[in-house]
Write a protein that binds this ligand. Structure first.
Ligand code: ATP
Ligand code: MG
Length: 330
């Protein structure tokens, strides 16, 4: 079975974008692949996080994954920071990454512009992501289009390391979902929906209550065409709502276009709002049950033990190849 890996960073509450773009894809793939899923808490630290909020989110994320349909028996679920070998591997990889490569990452360029006092971690975090991907020889990394470049970087680092020191890593590939589903901010549909967005009016959180979900969708930015039609260029807002509705109902976009061909935006929005609120409400019911049970501890202990063993072994191999080991290598 091929191995896939996904990590989500607890920089804010999980959004509908994360659910559709990442978690839902993992649920679909859990029968076909051996799947590793983790909370990328170290990645969250590239931007300051309130310690208490960060800490609470780690547990919330795990419970939410499971509520969204991630089966703990089919997935290895763990917390990134509980595996000390991953940052250790990351440093060895950093020394095989050029500054030019790291600074060319689009996310680095964008986020470093937003804050002049950005941390060094913001620059090196894609290498930590490479460590996440490479320590366990992932075959595929399911990502939204925004993360594709980081998987390609991981692959390039692996190629360089293999060339310098001999075959060490499997070469990972990004796995974009068929329609490259990207969910956009409801208020600003040219921008991706993001959990670290400071102004949440256009962001649906998986923890939002029914009223806020409905109100945010009803207030979503649309256009003057008055035609429910998928056209990313001319009608980004309506196209985004069509994507959301199609993903949550499993009805193809073309069918939804037909269904609302002669109807106004108000009616269409109401449909999307009810659909989304019902869907998230169902997930939240399961989430509350899981958070109040003690299965989380078991799941996390199992994940920690298994992934530490794998990372420890990889770290040892890397050190020996590089030459940083006490014994003289023959
Ligand atoms: P941040 O704002 O902190 O970057 P984020 O919402 O972008 O948070 P990430 O932790 O960066 O979330 O990404 C987790 C996963 O969710 C990745 O696979 C990413 O591609 C996917 N993802 C994030 N936002 C969206 C979105 N709006 N639409 C589809 N997929 C998304
Ligand atoms: Mg992101």
């Amino acid at each position: 079975m091929k191995r896939i890996l996904t990590g989500l960073k607890p920089t804010g509450d999980l959004t509908l974008g994360n659910y559709i773009g990442a978690i839902k894809q993992m649920v679909k793939m859990q029968d076909e692949y051996e799947s590793f899923l983790f909370v990328a808490d170290l990645h969250a630290l590239t931007i300051y996080q309130d310690p208490k909020e960060l800490n609470e989110r780690i547990r919330k994320f795990i419970a939410m994954y499971i509520a969204c349909g991630i089966d703990p028996n089919k997935n290895t679920i763990y917390i990134q920071s509980e595996n000390e070998y991953i940052p250790a591997i990351s440093f060895l990889l950093e020394c095989n990454t050029t500054y030019g490569e790291a600074s060319r990452m689009i996310q680095f360029k964008e986020k470093s512009k937003q804050n002049a006092n950005f941390s060094v971690g913001l620059l090196t975090y894609p290498v930590l992501m490479a460590a996440d991907i490479l320590y366990c020889d992932s075959d595929y990394v399911p990502v939204g289009i925004d993360q594709k470049q980081h998987v390609e970087l991981a692959r390039n680092i692996a190629i360089r390391f293999n060339n310098r020191y001999g075959e060490t890593f499997n070469l990972p590939e990004p796995l974009l979902n068929k329609n490259g589903t990207k969910i956009y901010d409801l208020k600003n549909p040219d921008k991706k929906m993001s959990k670290s967005e400071e102004n949440p009016v256009g962001v649906i959180s998986m923890f939002d209550d029914r009223e806020s979900i409905i109100s945010k969708i009803m207030k979503a930015t649309t256009d003057n065409y008055n035609k429910v039609c998928f056209d990313r260029e001319k009608q980004p807002g309506i196209s985004n709502l069509l994507t959301i509705a199609s993903e949550l109902s499993n009805i193809p976009i073309s069918e939804l276009e037909q269904q609302f061909a002669n109807k106004g935006y108000g009616e269409f929005k109401k449909y999307v709002a009810e659909l989304t609120a019902n869907h998230i409400e169902n997930i939240q019911k399961k989430y509350n049950q899981i958070l109040n049970s003690d299965i989380l501890e078991d799941i996390l202990n199992k994940g920690k033990e298994k992934t530490k063993k794998i990372a420890q072994e990889k770290y040892k191999i890397m050190k020996e190849k590089i030459g940083v080991t006490r014994n003289i290598i023959k």
